[in-house]
Design a protein around this ligand. Structure first.
Ligand SMILES: NC(=O)c1ccc[n+]([C@@H]2O[C@H](COP(=O)([O-])OP(=O)(O)OC[C@H]3O[C@@H](n4cnc5c(N)ncnc54)[C@H](OP(=O)(O)O)[C@@H]3O)[C@@H](O)[C@H]2O)c1
Length: 271
């Protein structure tokens, strides 16, 4: 392993955006990958199918000892890490009046706390391996919130704010911190079934491979942040410039969407 080769760790690599990111990163010259998620069979199959060296850690990132288990794996496999992609995440729909604090806590534990705890464990090795990068997979929902996904938005708003501060703190030491803000991307956890069924809305749903390209631009080429597709940045711009209008438009759309959400859909955890 050369001193300037890429050693990348991708969380949530067993499906969707994380799997696409692993497949895309595997095409980089001399790269080594560490894949993290709970479903071991999927990680093993992915690692075996990649054209580069790849190892994996099957772990629930919300477990107390998860950061230490991942850190130990990195240490046992060369002790270098030049790219950390914090992608594992999930969403469980529900209005606050019904899901309450429990649903907020569930989102924060996976989408925010687990990321912070993993970064805390791996920051020393990222600093020692600098130049290196952390790419946090947030969401357009971390800039603009809708009814029924407030807990999810809260976790992603938190992730974005914390990432900006971490960027400012680690920049001088050579650890870049970038953000990805996907819109609707068809994956197992976020199937976007209703949007894909209608010709009018199908076009707004994008593919995990496009997010994977943005991860490479941010993690290996130093971009600050990328919306995927890029046009979703307009939602954030309008939210700042015309908050009243955006809130009214989203409240109207979300109310209609909520009434067409089946009970099963609302209850079904997206892991
Ligand atoms: N798809 C979208 O429309 C969209 C939009 C904006 C943002 N995002 C963000 O993109 C990221 C990836 O989502 P995705 O769309 O690719 O969904 P996905 O296909 O459901 O992937 C989620 C990944 O996270 C892993 N994961 C979930 N809980 C975990 C836990 N407790 N410990 C370890 N790993 C865990 C899952 O693996 P295991 O089940 O094997 O653990 C899976 O690999 C998420 O952070 C999501 O919030 C997605």
């Amino acid at each position: 392993m050369s001193a300037n080769s890429t050693v990348a760790l991708v969380t949530g690599a067993s499906s969707g955006i994380g799997e696409a990111a692993a497949r895309r990163l595997a095409r980089e010259p001399g790269v080594e990958l560490i894949l993290v998620a709970r479903r071991e069979e999927r990680l093993r199959a992915l690692a075996e199918s990649l054209p580069c060296k790849a190892t994996y850690v099957a772990v629930d990132l919300t477990d107390t000892d998860a950061p230490e288990r991942v850190r130990a794996h990195v240490s046992e496999h060369g002790g270098r890490l030049t790219l950390l992609v914090n992608n594992a995440g999930g969403s469980w729909r529900g209005i606050f009046g019904e899901g309450g604090y429990a649903n907020v806590q569930r989102h924060m534990e996976l989408n925010f706390d687990a990321v912070v705890r993993l970064v805390e464990a791996l920051l020393p090795v990222l600093r020692a391996s600098a130049p290196s990068s952390i790419v946090n997979i947030a969401s357009t929902a971390g800039r603009v919130a809708r009814a029924g996904t407030g807990s999810y938005s809260a976790s992603k708003f938190a992730l974005i704010g914390w990432s900006d501060a971490l960027y400012a703190e680690e920049r001088s030491g050579g650890v870049h911190v970038g953000l990805i803000l996907p819109g609707f991307i068809a994956t197992e956890g976020f199937p976007a079934t209703e949007l894909r069924e209608k010709a009018l809305t199908r076009w707004i749903v994008s593919k995990p491979e496009r997010v994977a390209e943005a991860i490479v631009e941010t993690g290996l080429q130093g971009k600050a942040e990328r919306y995927v597709p890029r046009g979703y940045a307009l939602a954030a711009v309008f939210r700042i410039l015309t908050p009243g209008l955006v809130r009214r438009v989203l409240a109207g759309g979300s109310a209609a969407r909520l009434t067409t959400t089946t009970a099963a859909e609302a209850e079904e955890p997206h892991r």
